[in-house]
Design a protein around this ligand. Structure first.
Ligand SMILES: NC(=O)c1ccc[n+]([C@@H]2O[C@H](COP(=O)([O-])OP(=O)(O)OC[C@H]3O[C@@H](n4cnc5c(N)ncnc54)[C@H](O)[C@@H]3O)[C@@H](O)[C@H]2O)c1
Length: 342
């Protein structure tokens, strides 16, 4: 049985507690939060779970094997590093740290100590993203031309990070997983309409050496919630609507072809293919459950998580590059060549 201590019981922390409480091989031993009202909620719902306002109590508890950190991003480095140094395995919420320097340090520390470090890029564990990955890897999509995402809603405004860190981070991790390629350059624009708070809407374009182009429109200022991705390939095209209760993914046998036939050269050389559409069956297991079980499996069998610290670091590097471009009003920021994503 792997004993887990969870730090942070705000918006996301309760999802971690609920999932780990139901994950075979795991047990929630304790929850830490600075807010005693939050701890009261834990005690009412999970009477057997210990509570404390001091996360150090969890680190000092030798019966706890792993720490999950669901506090604001600005605290991830301090709490995560302390957890690793006390010998615990570590689950860090996305994004794993505020800077790539901090992310590097966390990756190094986990590797040096032989501890499992997983970053909660939840979308990678959804049936929908896995299905898109399968379709790309099988070659059915053909060459990936573009990825276009809209991820907007009203709030939740974050105090310590911009909308890029909060929402585009999902697209960065999904792209890393789907393409297995790090972008060569990024251009982003965004704005902060409320002085003293981070940027609340942004448009980010990522350029890849392979020719793929990716775009994400992220906002906390939209009147409606939209979570849609278009993925266009040379053979097929996919739509992904995360708010659809079923049939989240639709695969279209549509595309264009160009002819070099001299007979047709004076005419329009482009042909349109409009074939069938189908909605593949997706796993309906909650992504956090899949990820929780994967974390336990990695701890028990010394495996590397699919969303390990290195993926988390690549994502933080993209956040930094996009933020730097945004502050330069869209100037192109070139990204240092990376080890290839898995
Ligand atoms: N994976 C996802 O899809 C997903 C979704 C939402 C949020 N998140 C991530 O979860 C993290 C938390 O976000 P949130 O929206 O739950 O924030 P939140 O502000 O609602 O909750 C944070 C909680 O941490 C507590 N806290 C702060 N500092 C602490 C400390 N030093 N010790 C103990 N407790 C402390 C606060 O009292 C609060 O209850 C962020 O990294 C966010 O990006 C991930």
């Amino acid at each position: 049985m792997i004993n887990i201590g969870i730090v942070g019981y705000g918006y996301w922390g309760p999802n971690l507690v609920r999932n780990f409480a139901e994950t075979p091989g795991a047990q929630v031993a304790a929850v830490a939060d600075l807010d005693t009202a939050k701890l009261e909620l834990v005690r009412r719902r999970f009477p057997a779970v210990k509570t404390t306002t001091n996360f150090q109590d969890l680190l000092a508890d030798a019966s706890i094997d792993a720490i999950a950190v669901a506090t604001p991003v600005s605290t991830h480095f301090e709490i995560g590093m302390a957890a690793l140094r006390s010998g615990k395995h570590l689950w860090l919420e996305k994004p794993m740290a505020e800077t790539s320097y901090q992310a590097h340090k966390l990756v190094d520390e986990a590797e040096r100590r032989g501890r499992v470090l997983i970053v909660d890029h939840t979308f990678i564990y959804t049936g929908a993203v896995r299905k898109m990955g399968e379709i790309i890897k099988s070659g059915d999509l053909g060459r990936v031309y573009y990825y276009d995402s809209i991820r907007v809603n009203l709030g939740l405004f974050q105090r310590d990070v911009s909308v890029i860190s909060d929402l585009a981070v999902h697209d960065f991790s999904i792209l890393d997983y789907l393409l297995g390629e790090h972008p060569a350059a990024v251009s982003a624009s965004g704005i902060n309409h409320f002085p003293g708070t981070p940027e609340n809407l942004a448009y980010i374009t990522l350029f890849y050496d392979s020719g793929t182009i990716a775009h994400a429109n992220v906002s906390w200022l939209a009147p409606v919630k939209v979570r849609q991705i278009l993925l266009g390939g040379s053979k097929k095209m996919i739509t992904y609507d995360d708010l659809e209760p079923s049939e989240k993914i639709k695969v279209y046998d549509k595309g264009v072809s160009f002819t070099d036939d001299p007979q047709q050269i004076q005419e329009m050389r482009v042909g349109y293919r409009t074939g069938d559409m189908w909605a593949p069956k997706l796993s309906v297991t909650e992504a956090l459950r899949v990820e929780g079980e994967h974390f336990i499996d990695c701890i028990e069998h010394g495996k590397t998580p699919e969303t390990d610290g290195r993926l988390g670091l690549r994502v933080v590097e993209l956040i930094e590059a996009a933020t730097s471009s945004m502050r330069g009003r869209g100037e192109t920021v070139y990204i240092r060549r990376q080890e290839k994503a898995a």
